[in-house]
Design a protein around this ligand. Sequence first.
Ligand SMILES: [Zn+2]
Length: 393
Amino acid sequence: MAIDDQEERIVLPEVWFSASEIALRGHRLYYEVGEPRSLREADGRYRHDHKGRVALEAFLALPLEAVWEQLEAVRSPVIGEPAPLDPVRDRATFPELIGFVDRFGPFGLGWNRVQRVLNPDADRLVEENWRLKLAAAGFTGDAPSPTAGTPVWRLVSPDLGRPFYPYVEQVTTYPDLPWAERVRLGDPKIYHDDLGRQGMASIGLARSDLLAAVRLADALSRRRTFELRDAIRSFPREPVFDVRGHDADSSLAIDWRSANLGMAPSDGVFRPFAVHEATVDWVRLGQMVLIEHISTKFSATSIGLGLRNDIPTFGWRIGSLIEVMYRQLLDHIREHPDFGLRTCDLCGAPILQVRREQRWHSGCSQTGRQRVSRATRKGRSSSDVVRTGGSKG
Ligand SMILES: [Zn+2]
C-alpha cells in the first residue's frame, strides 16, 4: 500500500501510471512512478502485452506461487546488513512479474484507500508531551521535538465489504532523500505494493477475487443451472440476500427479490441454498452477485471529467490496476455476454473471448498452431499434451 497524498496521485481519466524504476525489497515492490500513460492504444483497444493479452488476462497468468517461493529465497540472506537494491537481479528472478509492471504499470493495491489527513489534536499532544519531558528534565525552551524524517498522518479505509474500520496512523517519510535511499529505509510514501501472501490489500486476495468473478462471468455465458450454482456457492460472498422492500432504491439498484421464484421469506432474508433449487433464478442471481462484486471493486474510484471533441465527457479516474481489470471484465460481459472466458491452450491465461472457441491469445496463436501441427505430425499414437506452462490458481 502506498500512502501518497491524494492530490499527488490525480491523473487524467483513463490514464494510469508507468513505472520508470522498479525495486524489490522484502515483500515489497517499490516503484518510481513515471509518466502516466493512456490505458488504451491508438486503435482504442486496451493496452496489451506481446502475447496480445490485456491486463486482466496477463495478471491471472502471473506465477504468483513461484513468486512467493522466490521472495522467501531472496529474502532469507537479508539478515543484519540490509542488502543493496539490485534491479537487475530482480528482473532475472521475477521476469513475468517485472515484465507485467513494465507493460501495464504498478498494481496499485489499495492505493485508493489511503489518504493523507491532518491530525492537529494529535500533533499538539506530541508537542505538549515533548515540552513536559523537557521541563521534567530541567530544561526550558521552545525547541520543536526532534524527528527523523517527516511524520505524516494517513487515513486507511478498508475495502468495502471487509469487516474492518478505517484507521488513522502516523508514518515517517523522507522527502529530501534520493529515491533508492528512501526505498532502502522503507519510506511508506514511496509508491509500492505488498506482494506478501496475506494482508488487507494482498495480491493473492486481489487474484482470488478476480478469478471468482471471471469464473462466474464464464458460467453466466452458458447459463447452465448446476454450473452457476457451483460458481455462486464458491463465490467469496455469504449466499444470504436481503429481500425486504426498499422503496427509496435507485432504479439501478440490485433487487435480490427477482432471483426468488418461491415464496417471500418471512424474515426478509433469501437463502438460495436452503430452498428448493427450482425456486431460484440462478442466472439472475449470478448476474446480480457478479455486478455487486464488480461494484464493490469500484467503490473507491472517482469520476474524472475531460473534453472529447469539445464535449465534456465523464471518465473514470483510476486508483489501481485491479480496477482496470474489473473494467475489462465489465466491458466483456456487456459486449460479449455469451462468449465467456476460456483458458489459452498455450499460456494458460484466461481469454476474454470475442468469438466462440478461441484457443489462443492473438500473440499465442502462432506458437500454439505450430505445436498442434507438430503434435499431429507425431501421429495419433502420441497423445502429447499440447498445452504448457502458465500456472493459474
Ligand atoms: Zn495465451
